[in-house]
Ligand binder design. Structure first.
Ligand code: C2E
Ligand code: MG
Ligand code: MG
Length: 576
C-alpha cells in the first residue's frame, strides 16, 4: 500500500473516534500518584502531631487520605486513557506490593496492611473499568463504522468525506473534491434489476478502492460512495489542477474497463465535476454545492468533456434552475401577477398602459422580469406567463371599458417563442371573446429581434393579429440590427425607442440625433413612435422638439397595481 494511501486509511480510522484526554493530563496523574506514594511512606514512618482547626492529629492518621488520593489518580488514568492508562496504573500498583510486603514482614510495619488491601481493591476496580471501557469502545467502533461507511460497498460515505475535509481544512492542506455520477446507471437497474445494479456498484467500489490504496495515481485519494450511483473522491497531495485531472483519468479508465456480472458485460462511464479547496472555496457546504453544480452542468451539456472544474458560470446556471423552480411554483399557485405602466401623448393625455409581469421571491421580495423572463424563455415557460398576464390585463380592460367607456390601449409583451406557437392566435381570440374586449384596444409588443431571427414565420403571425384588428408594436427598437427593408415589410403600428438611447439623449448630441432619426424613420413608414424610460422633464422637452408621439417612463408614471391604474383612467376620463 502506498504511503499516501496509508495516511488516508489512518485518517478514516481516526474519524469520529472519541478523542482521549491530553497527554499532559496523563503525566499530571502519574506525577500526583508518585507524590502521594512519597508522602504516604514518609508520614507512615514519622511520629508526631499536626494541629488542624485546634485539634491535634497524628501524622500517620493521614496515610489513608493520601493513599486514597493516589489510587484515585490511578482510577482516573484507567478511565481516561483506556489501555495505556490501565497498564500504567497496574504497573504502578503492582510495583508497590514488594515494598509493602517487605515493610510488613521485615520491618513488622503492620500499618501497611490496609494499604495492601487498598491496592488489591484498586486493581479490581481499574480492571472492571478496563473491561467495560473495551466494551464501550467496541460499541463505539461499530456505531462509527455505521456512521462513516456505506453499507453496500464498504466505502466511506458522505459524512466521512465531510469529516476528512474538515480535518484537511484545519490542517490548511489543499485538496480537490470530485463529485462523480455514473452515466445511464438507471438503465441497468431498470432492465437487469437492483441486485445486478448493486453488484455493479460493488465492482466499481472495489476497483476504485484498490486504485486509491495502490498509490499509482501519485496523489492521496479518498473514495466514498454518497448515494445511489454517486461517488466522491477527495484528492490531496497534488501539484496543480492538471495533476487532479490526471488522477481523475485513472479513476475514469478503471471504471470504463468491462464489468462482467452473471455472464453479462457492462460498459460504464461517468461524469466528474471537481472543485479545489481553498482556491474555489474553503467552506465545506460550498464545496459540496459547487462540485454538485459542476456535475449537473456536465450532465446538462450531454456530450463533450466528462471532467470539469467548477467556475462561477456554472453557479449561474444553478441559479437559473432555482429561478425556473420559482416560476413553476408561481405558475402552479397562480402567483404570477402584473403591473400597469401608463403611456401618455405629448400633451400628457393617457394613451394606455403596458402590462408588465411580476413575480415574488420566497421571502416576499420582487424578482425582476429582466431576471425571470429570460429563464422562462429558455425553459419554455414564457407562454404561460404571457398568457396569464394577458388574461388578467384583458379582464382589467373589460372592467375599465365597462365603467368609463375609455378607449385606451392595452399593450402586452409577447415573447417570440410564444408568438410562434400554433395555439397562440386561438388563445388570444378566446380571451378577447370571453371578456368582450375589442381587439382594437389591444397592442402586442414584440422585440426587434424577431425581424432578424424568424422574419418569415413571424410576419405571417403578425399579419393574422393585424387581420383580427390588434395593434403591433416593435419593442426595444434600436438595440437589434434590423434593416430598414425588414422594418418596411413589417405591418407594425408603433416603434418603441429603447431606454438606452433616451438615457444619453440629453448628454450626447449623437444620441439625440439618433432618436430624432428613429422618430423620422418611424413617421416615414407611417408608424407612431413612443419613447421608453423617460425619466426627466428635460428629456420630455427634447422629445417634444423632435416630434415623438408618446412617452412611457417614470417621469409621468411608474408601473402600478391595476387598482391604481383604474383610478388613473377614471381621473383621466373626467379631466378629458
Ligand atoms: P419592456 O417591455 O421594454 O418594458 C419596459 C421596462 O422598462 C419595464 O421594466 C419598465 O418598468 C421599465 N421602465 C419603464 N420606464 C422606465 C424608466 O423611466 N426608468 C427605468 N429605469 N425603467 C423604466 P420591467 O417591468 O422590469 O420589465 C423588463 C422587461 O421584461 C420588459 O421590458 C419586457 O421585455 C419583459 N417583460 C415584462 N413583462 C413581460 C411579460 O408579461 N411577457 C414577456 N414576454 N416579457 C415581459
Ligand atoms: Mg414591452
Ligand atoms: Mg422595451
Amino acid at each position: 500500500m502506498g504511503k499516501k494511501a496509508d495516511r488516508s486509511a489512518k485518517t478514516l480510522k481516526m474519524l469520529s473516534l472519541k478523542k482521549e484526554a491530553p497527554r499532559s493530563a496523563f503525566i499530571l496523574l502519574v506525577l500526583l500518584f508518585i507524590i502521594t506514594v512519597f508522602i504516604t511512606s514518609k508520614i507512615s514512618r514519622t511520629s508526631g502531631e499536626i494541629i488542624l482547626f485546634g485539634t491535634p492529629f497524628e501524622y500517620s492518621s493521614f496515610v489513608g487520605v493520601f493513599s486514597l488520593l493516589g489510587n484515585t489518580c490511578l482510577v482516573c488514568l484507567g478511565l481516561l486513557f483506556r489501555k495505556t492508562g490501565y497498564f500504567t496504573a497496574l504497573f504502578l500498583l503492582l510495583n508497590q506490593f514488594p515494598i509493602m510486603y517487605f515493610n510488613i514482614i521485615v520491618h513488622g510495619n503492620y500499618r501497611n496492611i490496609p494499604g495492601l488491601f487498598n491496592n488489591a481493591f484498586t486493581i479490581i476496580a481499574i480492571t472492571i473499568i478496563f473491561v467495560f471501557n473495551r466494551r464501550i469502545l467496541a460499541y463505539q467502533n461499530s456505531i462509527r463504522e455505521q456512521a462513516v461507511k456505506d453499507y453496500l460497498t464498504g466505502l466511506p460515505n458522505r459524512f466521512a468525506c465531510g469529516e476528512l475535509m474538515e480535518d484537511y481544512i484545519k490542517r490548511v492542506e489543499r485538496f480537490a473534491l470530485v463529485s462523480v455520477d455514473l452515466n445511464d446507471f438507471k438503465s441497468i437497474n431498470d432492465t437487469m434489476g437492483h441486485d445486478t445494479g448493486d453488484a455493479v456498484l460493488k465492482v466499481i467500489a472495489d476497483r476504485w478502492k484498490e486504485l486509491a490504496e495502490s498509490g499509482v495515481t501519485g496523489t492521496n485519494d479518498f473514495v466514498a460512495r454518497t448515494t445511489g450511483d454517486e461517488f466522491m473522491i477527495i484528492i490531496s497531495g497534488y501539484d496543480s489542477s492538471e495533476s487532479v485531472e490526471k488522477t481523475i483519468s485513472f479513476y475514469r479508465s478503471e471504471l470504463e474497463k468491462k464489468i462482467t456480472i452473471d455472464d453479462c458485460d457492462y460498459f460504464l462511464s461517468a461524469c466528474f465535476g471537481y472543485v479545489l479547496c481553498p482556491e474555489d472555496s474553503d467552506i465545506i457546504d460550498n464545496l459540496y454545492l459547487f462540485a454538485d453544480a459542476t456535475l449537473h452542468e456536465i450532465k446538462k451539456k450531454g456530450s463533450g468533456s466528462r471532467v470539469m472544474r467548477f467556475t462561477h458560470e456554472v453557479f449561474n446556471n444553478e441559479k437559473t434552475l432555482e429561478i425556473e423552480r420559482k416560476i413553476r411554483t408561481a405558475l402552479n399557485e397562480n402567483k404570477i401577477f402584473y403591473n400597469l405602466q401608463p403611456q401618455y401623448d405629448m400633451q400628457h393625455r393617457l394613451r394606455g398602459f403596458e402590462a408588465l409581469a411580476r413575480m415574488k421571491d420566497d421571502d416576499g421580495s420582487l424578482i425582476s422580469p429582466t431576471e425571470f423572463i429570460p429563464v422562462a424563455e429558455k425553459t419554455g415557460l414564457v407562454d404561460r406567463i404571457d398568457m396569464r398576464v394577458f388574461e388578467l390585463a384583458v379582464q382589467f380592460m373589460a372592467d375599465v371599458v365597462k365603467d368609463t367607456g375609455s378607449d385606451i390601449t392595452l399593450s402586452v409583451n409577447v415573447s417570440v417563442r410564444h408568438l410562434m406557437k400554433n395555439n397562440f392566435i386561438d388563445d388570444v381570440k378566446r380571451i378577447l371573446h370571453t371578456h368582450h374586449v375589442s381587439p382594437k384596444q389591444i397592442e402586442v409588443e414584440i422585440t426587434e429581434s424577431i425581424m432578424i431571427d424568424s422574419a418569415d414565420q413571424a410576419l405571417q403571425r403578425i399579419e393574422e393579429l393585424k387581420q383580427m384588428g390588434l395593434k403591433v408594436a416593435i419593442d426595444d427598437f434600436g438595440t437589434g440590427y434590423s434593416s430598414l427593408s425588414y422594418l418596411n415589410s413589417f405591418p407594425s403600428d408603433l416603434l418603441k425607442i429603447d431606454k438606452s438611447f433616451i438615457d444619453n439623449m440629453n448628454t450626447s448630441e449623437s444620441s439625440r440625433q439618433y432618436v430624432a432619426m428613429i422618430v423620422s424613420i418611424g413617421h416615414t413608414l407611417n408608424l407612431k413612435v413612443i419613447s421608453e424610460g423617460v425619466e426627466s422633464p428635460e428629456q420630455i422637452d427634447v422629445l417634444k422638439s423632435i416630434g415623438c408621439d408618446y412617452i412611457q417612463g417614470f417621469v409621468w408614471g411608474r408601473p402600478m397595481p391595476p387598482e391604481e391604474a383604474g383610478k388613473l383612467v377614471i381621473s383621466d376620463s373626467q379631466a378629458g
